[in-house]
Design a binder for this molecule. Sequence first.
Ligand code: FMN
Length: 176
Amino acid sequence: MTSSNTQSIHAASAVEMPLIDTRELRNTFGMFATGVTAITALGENDQLVGITANSFSSLSLDPALILWSLVLSSPSVSAFDEGKYFNVNILSQSQEAIAMQLATRSEDKFSAVQYCLSPTGVPLLDGALATLQCQVEFTRVAGDHLLIVGRVLDFDRVDEGEPLVFYRGGFKQLCN
Ligand SMILES: Cc1cc2nc3c(=O)[nH]c(=O)nc-3n(C[C@H](O)[C@H](O)[C@H](O)COP(=O)(O)O)c2cc1C
């Protein structure tokens, strides 16, 4: 890098940026269409934890890693301490009601949800397009969220059906 480039980078970092309008930022983030997952885990006293999340992303094939983020104000943060188990359930377009239910704070989120337990004791949702059984590799606080990196222990998929899609703040169908 030339010294003039170095100087221009330093100059750029000194530029005053306007204050960020978080509502506008949220709307801008919402232009990125995503799938929808239901993250399941075990909370205190082995209470079932379920959280709708679209921050999921694949991360690494070797080792097999995924990531997602959880808002720090969630009562379920401690369910994702390092070494704990969780499952990623990739939702189908017929599972919008489950996505809504797991996005709403409640004592019994699983009352109308059909599931079985993985060998790690965590719910695997019936009807999911794919599931990933994971163990928390590490976490890191990043702003107002906890970044959770999980190691994939096992996985399964059905190879049919359509994904639930989230775009601009609403659920959408994938057009073929
Ligand atoms: C489509 C969709 C995607 C969401 N993605 C996330 C996410 O990635 N991380 C997160 O912390 N909350 C996300 N939420 C909000 C949580 O689902 C919700 O705040 C939380 O699960 C409420 O339950 P709790 O308070 O028991 O945690 C999402 C909600 C919806 C509807």
